[in-house]
Design a protein around this ligand. Structure first.
Ligand SMILES: [Zn+2]
Length: 210
């Protein structure tokens, strides 16, 4: 099992990361922020499934392309609402029509060729935010925009919620994983987050009345 990351430039500070988990015979894609051709340039293996961390446009822009493959596209129960709403998906102009969505709930586990993937609901950046925990020799966490290597996710976008975000960060801190792949920026580790996450939680508790 190997994780490769494709970075797509949407004009912001940090490029969006689409992660490709490469197994023996197939690959699994986390988020749909890049065209399928970018995945094909990376690996000849067929895509087995796509897991969406949340419905912001930079993470789902190419979701209709992946939908045409006929593979399951796993999302949280709230993500379909984001795909249909230009305000919620923050595109201000785009909606996405997808046929193969498979809504997942907290704790659901999907068996894939790259290993078991557990859904961890982490609202706060957006109501539909989901982390995915890939079980292996050491576990790997995919966090979307809930937490980055050197920052926590934004809580000021539609359906964002500071209290929920802090609870989600606390939950992440209690998960068993080694590497952490985020929706923007570089890869991180649990070891690094043991220092960072408590710092951010304390900062918010001290500066905001929550
Ligand atoms: Zn986002």
């Amino acid at each position: 099992m190997e994780v490769k990351t494709i970075k797509t430039d949407w004009g912001g500070d940090l490029k969006q990361n689409t992660h490709v988990i490469i197994g023996e015979n197939t690959c699994v894609v986390i988020d749909a922020g890049c065209p399928i051709q970018d995945i094909k340039n990376l690996t000849p293996l067929p895509i087995e499934a796509v897991f969406i961390t949340h419905g912001h446009f930079d993470h789902v822009e190419y979701i209709e392309e992946y939908d045409k493959l006929g593979v399951p596209i796993y999302v949280s129960e709230e993500t379909p609402m984001f795909l249909k709403d230009t305000n919620l998906n923050v595109s201000r102009c785009k909606t996405y029509k997808v046929n193969n969505l498979v809504p997942l709930d907290d704790g659901d586990k999907i068996e894939s060729c790259v290993g078991t993937i557990e859904c961890i609901k982490t609202p706060g950046h957006s109501e539909d935010s989901m982390c995915y925990l890939l079980y292996g020799e050491t576990n790997t966490l995919f966090t979307g925009d809930t937490v980055f290597s050197v920052a926590m996710g934004r809580d000021d976008l539609p359906t964002g919620d500071t209290i929920q975000l802090l609870a989600s960060l606390d939950r992440i801190l209690n998960l068993d994983f080694n590497e952490m792949y985020t929706g923007h920026g570089r890869v991180s580790t649990k070891e690094e987050q043991k220092t960072n996450i408590p710092k951010w939680i304390n900062y918010f508790r001290n500066t905001k009345t929550i």
